[in-house]
Each structure stands twice: as C-alpha cells, then as structure tokens.
Design a binder for this molecule. Structure first.
Ligand code: SOE
Length: 372
C-alpha cells in the first residue's frame, strides 16, 4: 500500500459515509466498495459516492483483497463488532466515535489492533483545524504560563423538539450515553490535545428533558451534561454539552486560561484564535507566515480563503493513510484516544448516577493499561 493509494471500503451509508468518502478521494484512495443496510442500498450509495461497487454483506467486503482500509460509519452499537471483524481480516480501520459503547470493549479494540499490527484511527477531526494546532503549539511552548482553568462547551439544537428523533436517542443503537458520547467526546479529546494535560477526576449532572420522543417511547440517553473537571497539574474546569440548545448548530467552544495568556477556539469560526492577555488581547488569523510548522502544514490555502470542517476531515484521513503506510504523523487520533474518551464518557454517567467524583486516570495509567 502506498500513502497515495490505499484501496478503501466504507461500512454505512449515511452523512458520515459521505464525509469519509470525500476525504478518502482527496487523499488519493481508490474507492473500492460500500456496504450499507441492504444490498440494494449498498449499490445505490456506491453509485452516489463514486465507489466501484456495493457489497451484499460485510463478509463479502472483508474477503476483498483490494480493500486495505475499512471506514466504519454505522450506528454506535455496531462499531466494535465491525471494527473487530475488519481487524481480524487484516485491514486497517478508521472507526467513527464512540469507538465502542463501553470502555471495556474499546480496550479490546486497542489490544486487537495492536496484536494484528494494523492501524486504527478515530475521527476526532477538530484536531486538524490549523488554529487548533497553533493553540497546541503555543501551549507546548509555554506561552500560557501555568494552566489554571478551562471553560468548554459543545452545543447543538437538532434534538430540541420532542418530535426530533434519531437512532442515537435509542440506547440499543446509540449506547448508554448520547450527547456526551457523540459530542462531549470531541470536547474532551480537544481539550486534552491542546493542553497536553489529562483530566484526572470529574463530577457531573446529566438530564434527559424528553422522556419519550417521536419513535422512542422510553428515552434513557442524556440530552445534556454539565461536568466539573480536575486536571493533572492542578487546573480545574467546567464543560457543558447539549443537543437541545436553540440556535446552536455545532458550537464547540474551548477556552484555556493560564497565568500569562488565555486561548479561545470556536469550531464554527475556525479561522481565528482568540488570544487573551491582561493587556493586549488579539484575534489571530490563520496566516501561515505567523503559525507554528504543524499549523502551517495543515493550512492548505492562503490566509483569507476560508478552510473548514471537510478540510479538517480530509487532513485526518490523509494522516490516517500515512500512518497505515508506515509514517508517524503528529497528533493523529488513534484507537487509544477513542478508548480514552469512552472511559471519560463512562465516568460522566457514573458520576451523575452516584453523585460522587469519578477518577478517569492519568496518561501514565492509560499507557500502562494498554501495554500490560
Ligand atoms: C452529530 O451530532 C454530529 O454529526 C456528530 O456525530 C459529529 O461527531 C460532530 O462532529 C457533528 O455532529
């Protein structure tokens, strides 16, 4: 397999299958095949997305030797078994988050990929906005001083009305957690990625505002979660995650504050970074001349020509394929990162259920568990 040309197949036929396919094409992949809910649907999706063929089943896909990489883009409850089957067939895997609906299963995936010698990545794609890399580089360079506080939120409104429903609402398809697993996972991944500090403990409250929805008679998954965090090094923070916030479409906002500087990033306005100082606050544009090398690398069009979500996704997929071809791109979210967010998600629900603080483990704990 070369960096430019892996043969890829997608499992799933929804919105994310489209986003993955565009990114795969941009990275020079050969779009081999798709398997969706039925053989007819597989053919239809394959034709729409420009794949060579639709498969009748996942098994048919897995025995296809022209497929090097499987992208798993199905409802959450199917991720683990499909990813494990792909690993067992010797394929590299790009698996949508949550990697699994519980942390123990996510851990099995990490172990299975390592044992099979394949690469498994998870699309925490907001890491791939150039200005997120800039924020991370500035924190690593010590510009922040000592990290003091974090304020983060991820707000959407697509489940605001009782009539709104989706497979994610049903725990059988989406898993025990909904809002936190779906979007809170991006938020905690991003905050640990930018700060380099791990959340050590958390407490939380979750709410399900609609006990029933259009097609789900008994809703147990949360509409919103409010979380208090403690981090390595002594920083503290608050996180609010909601899928019922009117007017907010996909607003991931993160502000990290240190003794010298605050850095603010808004996913819906990813072309600027807010740099707050006691005096001399500044809005930094994405201008490669002013950026650290990792941010400049991802800045693929000149400043003033806006980049966005699909560009971030494309960069994630290109780096995934580079890793699968033996390179080591910096900042690539792998299965261990999917496990990390699965563990934090579980802690959020456990903390809410028990009313007590939950430990989520440090970076050293994670490394030891994975290599044990
Ligand atoms: C739906 O909530 C969704 O598409 C998430 O699943 C994605 O991970 C997020 O990036 C945007 O919203």
């Amino acid at each position: 397999m070369t960096v430019a040309g892996p043969g890829i197949a997608v499992v799933g036929g929804g919105f994310m299958a489209t986003v993955h396919s565009r990114a795969a094409r941009a990275a020079g992949a050969r779009l081999v095949g798709v398997v969706a809910s039925t053989p007819e649907r597989s053919r239809e999706v394959a034709a729409n997305l420009g794949f060579e063929r639709g498969y009748g089943s996942l098994d048919e896909l897995l025995v296809d030797h022209s497929v090097d990489v499987v992208h798993v883009c199905t409802p959450n409850a199917l991720h683990a078994e499909q990813a494990l089957a792909a690993i067992a067939a010797g394929k590299h895997v790009v698996c949508e988050k949550p990697l699994a609906t519980d942390a123990a299963t996510a851990e099995r995936l990490v172990t299975a990929a390592a044992a099979a010698g394949v690469v498994g990545t998870v699309p925490f794609v907001y890491r791939f906005h150039p200005l997120v890399r800039e924020a991370r580089a500035r924190v690593a360079a010590g510009d922040l001083g000592t990290l003091l506080t974090i304020s983060g939120s991820y707000l959407q409104d697509w489940l605001l009305a009782q009539a709104d429903d989706n497979w994610r609402v049903d725990s059988a398809a989406g898993g025990r957690s909904r809002a936190f697993a779906d979007i809170g996972s991006h938020l905690v991944d991003l905050l640990e990625f930018i700060t380099g500090a791990r959340i050590t403990e958390l407490s939380s409250t979750v709410r399900t505002f609609f006990a029933e929805r259009a097609n789900t008679p008994e809703v147990t998954t949360e509409d919103a979660a409010a979380v208090v965090i403690r981090l390595e090094g002594g920083a503290i923070g608050t996180l609010l995650v909601s899928q019922v916030a009117p007017g907010r479409k996909n607003r991931l906002h993160l502000e990290v504050a240190g003794t010298e500087l605050s850095i603010g990033f808004d996913q819906e306005a990813p072309e600027t970074l807010w740099l707050g100082r006691r005096s001399g606050t500044q809005v930094l544009p994405r201008d490669a001349d002013q950026l650290h090398p990792d941010a400049a690398r991802l800045s693929i069009v000149p400043s003033g020509h806006p980049m966005g979500y699909q560009d971030a996704f494309n960069a994630f997929v290109a780096d995934s394929y580079a890793a699968m071809a033996g390179q080591s791109p910096d900042g690539l979210p792998v299965f261990a990162d999917g496990l990390r967010t699965a563990r934090i998600t579980e802690a959020v629900l456990d903390a809410a259920g028990t009313g007590s603080w939950q430990a989520v483990g440090t970076s050293t704990d994670d490394e030891q568990r994975i290599t044990a």
